[in-house]
Design a protein. Structure first.
Length: 142
């Protein structure tokens, strides 16, 4: 997806809700979408600091919360206390290395969708499921 398409998606969602389009929102969203890895708020702040000097960590967090509310990013708990944000919002699983903390998308696993369906069948009203597979990455395991 190009940066123009990324921006258009955010602008459309903001305008649907009557919200302002700000440079901070655009740049933070674009930065998250342009990285192949999942990012913490601190990593995002570092990646946008040249383009948005003076941006604070609370601004990054509030923007991420808005993007999550707009369903443009997902918050992923790593189980280590760290929270990362993922611009890939469709249900998918992740792998997390217990030693170095590396996180990656796990393709072809429908378990989150299955968990949502099973929870719904019990009368629970689920809105999101995460599957995290723990172990050692290739580098740490060898």
């Amino acid at each position: 997806m190009t940066s123009t398409e990324i921006d258009q998606r955010l602008v459309g969602k903001l305008r649907e809700r009557g919200m302002r389009v700000t440079p901070q929102r655009l740049v933070i969203h674009r930065a998250l979408c342009s990285h192949s890895q999942h990012m913490t708020a601190e990593q995002l702040l570092a990646s946008v600091s040249d383009v948005l000097p003076g941006t604070s960590l609370p601004t990054v967090y509030s923007t991420l919360e808005l993007l999550e509310d707009l369903e443009l990013v997902r918050r992923v708990g790593t189980g280590t206390g760290a929270v990362v944000f993922d611009s890939r919002v469709e249900p998918h699983a992740h792998t997390v290395c217990r030693r170095c903390g590396a996180m990656a998308d796990l393709e072809g696993v429908a378990a989150p969708e299955d968990a949502l369906a099973r929870a719904g069948a019990t009368g629970f009203l689920p809105d999101h499921a995460q599957l995290v597979v723990w172990g050692l990455c290739r580098s740490c395991g060898s």
